[in-house]
Design a protein around this ligand. Structure first.
Ligand code: SF4
Length: 233
């Protein structure tokens, strides 16, 4: 039986003012007990990921990511567990819990079991939107599994993370296969792809992701895929 304490859940789910929702994290690189999660990283990630700076500024971040990964690895894949544990945990929160975000740093879908953890969470609370940015589309097998298991769920705001190293063929493939995309890395946007300008980063509206209906959320709010452009603030 999976036992995860309330203290551990509080460690795993931290409140982010910037996006107005609770969010999780995983280690980007290897920590003392775990392998890093960003196995689908691109050369652009290696050069520009701002978390690398934060790790230097806040050395405790490594320890928290290590703890988060221990908790994440314990998460089961049965829906009932989330009904009995996540639901009451979030019901006690005063801040909004109807939108939650996977991994402000690190990768949510490192391997197959992650897909089934996320699926179980989403099925346990169908009225909660789970925002899921991922680079797992770069693995053929994981992409197919995500399309089979997660894409049909109406409460998963699935987004393929892209950057200037994404090729136009890859972009066409993601669009054809129904993926929302989140592009970051060039404030001029991506050549030949018309993008939705993210209100939070273009207009600096802090917390807007908790009510945003477009961009990353468009599939779950208006039933339409879109390509979102995030700029540096
Ligand atoms: S498009 Fe909307 S949900 Fe996505 S980052 Fe911007 S404000 Fe947040």
């Amino acid at each position: 039986m999976t036992t995860i304490t309330v203290a551990e859940l509080n460690d795993l789910w931290r409140w982010c003012d910037d996006i107005g929702q609770f969010a999780t994290d995983r280690p980007i690189n290897d920590t003392k007990n775990h392998e890093g999660s960003c196995i689908h990283r691109t050369p652009f990630c290696n050069i520009t990921c701002y978390n690398n700076k934060l790790y230097k500024l806040y050395p405790n971040m490594h320890d928290r990511d290590d703890r988060c990964e221990t908790i994440w690895q314990k998460l089961p894949t049965d829906v009932e567990w989330y009904v009995n544990n996540f639901k009451p945990f979030f019901a006690r929160k005063r801040k909004q819990t109807k939108r939650r975000r996977f991994m402000t740093r690190g990768e949510a879908i490192k391997d197959m079991v992650d897909v089934y953890r996320i699926k179980a969470m989403a099925l346990a609370e169908p009225d909660v939107i789970y925002w899921l940015p991922t680079r797992a589309w770069q693995s053929k097998h994981l992409k197919a599994l995500v399309e089979l298991e997660l894409m049909p769920l109406k409460n998963i705001a699935l987004n393929g993370s892209t950057d200037p190293t994404t090729t136009s063929e890859e972009y066409a493939m993601l669009q054809r296969d129904g993926w929302n995309t989140m592009f970051y890395g060039d404030d001029d946007g991506y050549t030949d792809v018309k993008m939705f300008p993210c209100p939070k980063t273009f207009k600096g509206i802090k917390g807007h992701c908790s009510i945003c209906k477009g961009g990353c959320m468009s599939q779950v709010t208006i039933g339409r895929r879109s390509d979102t452009h995030l700029i540096e603030h």
